[in-house]
Design a protein around this ligand. Structure first.
Ligand SMILES: CC(C)(COP(=O)(O)OP(=O)(O)OC[C@H]1O[C@@H](n2cnc3c(N)ncnc32)[C@H](O)[C@@H]1OP(=O)(O)O)[C@@H](O)C(=O)NCCC(=O)NCCS
Length: 184
């Protein structure tokens, strides 16, 4: 993709772009986005709020991985806020033909407008173009009861390949996770 795309989703004008070093100066906006997901108890891996130092380190590590062609990372912005992220990270050594999807999330209030699907398609294209070596497949893990995400992944061609029993602690219960794969 170009450095920046501006696209309308519903009646919202949304900027979709790559992460840059300038973003380190607005780490607080990324922290707020991350913490809004934790606060709503979203079905993501993380369940603890992050502080500014932690978010800054995460962004800095991500920029290094992107530079080394090990990760691709996209963000969506609207109303001066970060409202979405998507990333794919290459696995190591004998599995470096596999990219792992992490952190596809859209802020509550901006969902169901097509942004998640758009960002997923873009991040997969970016992974094919920029990761080295080029990935042959993308894998992901998703809570078995995360219907919106599973439907989104199926729409993009991901197939369920395994069920991992009791891998997630959620609301006082141990729930299963699906592993899904998209062959490129
Ligand atoms: C999953 C998520 C990223 C989807 O983002 P989104 O921008 O709302 O998705 P889109 O509007 O592009 O929807 C694409 C498709 O996903 C499915 N979908 C999205 N939200 C859905 C919902 N609430 N219920 C059922 N299907 C849903 C639909 O098939 C939809 O296509 P349609 O609108 O043509 O029916 C978003 O719900 C989210 O951020 N959730 C919290 C974080 C999370 O769970 N991330 C995934 C971790 S594995």
């Amino acid at each position: 993709m170009r450095q920046m795309t501006i696209k309308k989703f519903g009646n919202k004008k949304i900027i979709i772009r790559k992460l840059t070093r300038e973003d380190l100066k607005i780490a607080d906006k990324f922290r707020d986005f991350t913490n809004s997901l934790v606060a709503e108890n979203a079905k993501i891996a993380m369940n603890e709020k992050i502080d500014l130092k932690g978010e800054h380190k995460f962004l800095s590590d991500t920029l290094n991985s992107v530079k080394n062609k090990k990760r691709v990372y996209l963000i969506a912005e609207c109303d001066e806020k970060i409202i979405g992220t998507a990333s794919i990270t290459q696995l190591s050594w004998r599995s470096n033909h596999v990219g792992e999807l992490g952190g596809i999330a859209v802020k509550d209030g901006y969902r169901r407008l097509g942004l998640g699907k758009y960002m997923m398609a873009q991040i997969i294209e970016l992974a094919k173009k920029e990761l080295h070596p080029k990935p042959k497949m993308i894998r992901l893990f998703v809570y078995i009861n995360n219907k919106p995400a599973i439907r989104l992944y199926r729409k993009l061609g991901f197939k369920k390949v395994a069920k991992l029993p009791k891998h997630i602690q959620y609301k006082g219960k141990l729930i299963d996770e699906f592993a899904m794969i998209l062959e490129l």
